[in-house]
Design a protein around this ligand. Sequence first.
Ligand code: PDD
Length: 285
Amino acid sequence: MRTVYLNGDYLPETEAKVSIFDRGFLMADGVYEVTSVLDGKLIDFAGHAARLERSLSELEMRSPISMDDLLEVHRELVRVNEIDEGMIYLQITRGAPGDRDFAYPPEDTEPTIVLFTQNKPGLANSPAAQKGMKVISIADERWGRRDIKTVQLLYPSMGKMMAKAAGCDDAWMVEDGAVTEGTSNNAYIVKGNTIITRQLSNDILHGITRAAVLRFAKEAQMKVEERPFTIAEAQEADEAFITSASTFVMPVVEIDGKALGDGTPGSVAARLREIYLDESRKAAV
Ligand code: PDD
């Protein structure tokens, strides 16, 4: 049985209980992070901690823990659950004020903090990376502050189900004619030596993997264009891929039924995946 972390305690997963009045449960009033683990070490913890602090601050929510202590909790969970490859999920909510009210609870309401591990042996050597993903496009019907990593994930969850129903792996969301991002990842296309991905704004999550991959791409003399692109442009691209903490760099081989190139994963995505995994392992903590 997993050991999880809840409000200062390490507990067996079946004993970790949260109030029915928790704002996360009633209002989706919470933020989260997913950090991957390779070789028993955390990938880009500093990036995830910085984005967590930003998400909290945008929602005027206080953190129940310092970022140094949070690192120790991550490490302890990796240790006790013997995680070699996998992820750590972290969620902080505005706490449980004891009733339901649209107004935020008093400042002294203790936030709720939960962390648990997800053991995923073979995460880095995923067969999906060899095969590539098929995506469909759907309308982006999420709220307007997608830069904040909140637990309001119903629409992305619906999008994933729409993709599955279409025999595909994920959905790319489209707004005003251009791709925003995948249901739980950032989206990219490749034309020649140029990587194209939507620029940062409140329309997308500022992916921690995205920041690292774009940095590595520039270091490897690839060109990066941060701008919106359409599904039609993506279907004519040489390659496409996604990034996230749980998939790293994952090739996309089909968009709305149209195969990209010869329908197999492209070389730029494969190279970026390799660089990303190598560099991230080196810098893991
Ligand atoms: N999702 N865009 C969205 C909407 C996401 O939910 C995620 C991450 C990303 C990629 O961000 P990062 O590179 O920091 O993981 C982009 C996580 C993995 C999840 O919900 O499980």
